[in-house]
Design a protein around this ligand. Structure first.
Ligand SMILES: [Zn+2]
Length: 361
């Protein structure tokens, strides 16, 4: 064999090798082995808010929705259920779902909504202040709930039975969870196939307000509310009640044991998980970033009853509003669950609880 032939054969091998290598690279680009981000399980955020009220009566919900979409993409949130927070009477930055609905409709596949935080909750607070529920208020409440249902809401929220004030201009609100208007709403929700999102600090019995929440807005002592919550749940078993913010406990009473007992006794009780550093560490699902075994056991015992709810407030970029970047912690919890349980909590349960398929924006 001549030297030239050997050289050209070697060049041929090198060329073939290069082609093979290039093909493999191309194939890898085409099928793209999943990197950590691609493999991440998407989830539905079942509890979030839009902050679009600007000074002087103006609003920028389009901007708030843009903020939401950016953050949702970062966290792997495929869809968010947004809702007005539970507002008291004469709340200065008052709003309802009608205010943000036009902005949501521009990204219909990414959002669903609940209504009533800016209207039904206000009426409940009015009735509590009055110490009675006049017929006219009851009728107005019923009509408003019907309007929210007809307007495409997946449920009623955010309503509150015990809401601590944690900052200036953050209201204290309280109402017995078995208040006649809550019972009425349970009947309306059951009839319409809608869910109720309820914010309620847990109090197994009357107790002084936690020391760190002693301020001018909160009362000195808080009323026990767990028995009344169970009366609401028993009032209409067809009403699905989502007790918001499991894992975010500020009284010390919302323990894994209490959640287990209540879920065991009440088949229409659901919970959305929220995790944030400011709540009490002893009842949080995560400790040092790791999922507590007791919490994992609870989620496994009731795999169909939990969803994730970041409680993020997505603000318009025109507001100087800074909110802690909630969501990373529930993402971390989700990533530590076994695959079948993660799928239920991330997506499937949300579809079972809220009529999302029927409520296209
Ligand atoms: Zn809340």
């Amino acid at each position: 064999m001549s030297k030239i032939k050997v050289k050209s054969r070697a060049a041929g091998y090198i060329f073939a090798g290069a082609v093979l290598l290039l093909s493999l690279v191309m194939l890898r680009v085409l099928v793209r082995a999943p990197c950590a981000d691609d493999a991440r399980r998407a989830f539905i955020d079942a509890h979030s808010h839009l902050h679009g009220r600007l000074p002087a009566g103006k609003a920028d919900y389009d901007g708030a929705v843009e903020t939401a979409l950016k953050r949702m993409d970062e966290l792997g949130i495929s869809k968010a259920i947004v809702m007005p927070p539970p507002m008291p009477e004469n709340f200065p930055r008052h709003y309802e779902y009608e205010d943000f609905l036009p902005a949501l409709k521009k990204h219909a596949g990414r959002f669903a909504f609940l209504g009533g935080g800016g209207s039904l909750n206000v009426m409940i607070q009015q009735a509590v202040a009055l110490g009675k529920t006049p017929d006219r208020l009851r009728k107005k409440f019923e009509e408003r709930a019907g309007k929210i249902a007809a307007g495409g809401a997946a449920g009623f929220g955010e309503l509150t039975a015990e809401h601590l004030s944690m900052a200036p201009r953050h209201p204290y609100e309280s109402a017995p969870p078995d208040h006649p208007l809550f019972l009425l709403l349970a009947d309306i929700a059951a009839e319409r196939g809608l869910a109720i999102d309820l914010h309620m600090e847990a109090l197994v019995k009357d107790a002084p307000v936690p020391a760190r929440y002693k301020n001018r807005t909160n009362p000195e002592s808080l009323r026990g509310n767990i028995s009344a919550l169970e009366r609401l749940l028993a009032h209409n078993r067809k009403a699905r009640i989502v007790w918001a913010h499991a894992g975010w406990d500020n009284t010390g009473d919302r323990t894994v044991e209490l959640c287990r007992e209540l879920l065991g006794r009440n088949p229409n009780l659901y919970m959305s998980v929220k995790i944030e550093e400011i709540s009490l560490p002893q009842t949080s699902p995560l400790s040092g970033g790791r999922l507590w075994p007791q919490w994992l056991e609870l989620l496994k015992a009731f795999p169909d009853r939990f969803v994730l709810g970041t409680d993020q407030f997505y603000a318009s970029p025109r507001l100087s509003f800074m909110w802690p970047g909630r969501g990373k912690e529930v993402r971390s919890l989700l990533d530590q669950l076994p695959a079948d349980l993660a799928q239920k909590i991330a997506v499937d349960n949300v579809f079972h609880i809220y009529p999302l398929a029927q409520k296209k924006l």
